[in-house]
Ligand binder design. Structure first.
Ligand code: CUA
Length: 284
């Protein structure tokens, strides 16, 4: 395509140069309609049709069957519910707002949505696929290179559409397997007094009505599963970094940071807020 474009560019500019500098003057207009119809209609139609046929031939099927791993992603307002179904699994490993994939393997990403249409898109790894309420769509991805890639909702889905992102982490297959095993585990026990107090804050403030932390009495399914939230790279579906400071900011200003988010901003005493952040950050 580049070579063809260069040839055309040289031809058009050459003709322009010839007519304006080498042989300036009046030209016979007898052939003007032929040049316009030939060069302006017939030539582009022929070239673009040939490119279309060639391009369709090299398109790959975005819904090719995968190698075994199935990841189910549900678009929520405005975050991502993620379930891993390794081959032969009878129940899913539940996570949120981050997708991990093994390098060199083709994973099937099955997509659906809660209430509105979202669109699943990791630009560096493949095309985008819409997510519809009550309907399943699928895109299969075979990432080659280990690394972290940004994913983004690509369909306007409400006030915080622009804040609906996630990271896609591509890992070596062995590292992925051990990560997935750890992800399936219940939450770790809080390490230290602050984190222990933080768990008490988490449970007494009613966070567990919306969030699940497996291994505790928090089993809510409205918001993201937080069992291993501390191991994620971002907070609030790509909204902030996962640091102590951002955790406290998020908990106390969620509505300002993410318009119309379901989670209310919590007005906690600074020491309770700090304990809570320490607890969540420790949920590796
Ligand atoms: Cu979800 Cu835009």
């Amino acid at each position: 395509m580049l070579a063809g474009a260069v040839v055309l560019w040289l031809f058009v500019n050459g003709a322009f140069y010839f007519m304006s500098r080498i042989r300036p003057g009046r030209f016979d207009q007898t052939y003007a309609p032929h040049i316009l119809i030939g060069g302006g209609i017939i030539l582009p139609v022929v070239i673009l049709s040939a490119l279309l046929v060639w391009g369709l031939g090299i398109l790959t099927d975005p819904r090719r069957p995968g190698d075994g791993l199935v990841v189910r992603v549900t678009g929520e307002q405005w975050w991502w519910r993620v379930e891993y179904w390794p081959e032969g699994a009878t129940e899913p490993i539940i996570s949120a707002n981050e997708i991990r994939l093994p390098a060199g393997q083709r994973a099937e990403i099955h997509l659906t949505s809660d209430k509105v249409i979202h669109s699943f898109w990791i630009p560096a790894l493949g095309g985008k696929m819409d997510m519809f309420p009550g309907r399943d769509t699928m895109i299969s991805l075979a990432p080659e290179k280990v690394g972290t890639y940004r994913g983004q909702c690509a369909e306007f889905c409400g006030a915080s559409h622009a804040w609906m992102a996630f990271s896609a982490v591509v890992m070596e297959p062995e590292a992925f397997d051990s990560w997935l095993e750890a992800e399936a585990e219940d939450a770790v026990e809080p390490a230290g007094d602050a984190a222990l107090r933080g768990r008490q804050v988490f449970l007494s403030e009613g966070c567990g009505a919306c969030h699940a932390v497996r291994g505790t009495e928090a089993v809510g399914q409205v918001g993201p599963d937080l069992t291993h939230v501390g191991s994620r790279q971002t907070l609030g579906a790509g909204r902030m970094a996962l640091t102590l400071e951002d955790l406290t900011t998020w908990i106390s200003h969620s509505e300002a940071l993410k318009p119309e988010v379901k989670m209310p901003a919590y007005d906690l005493a600074p020491d309770r807020l700090d304990d809570l952040a320490r607890y969540l950050e420790g949920l590796k």
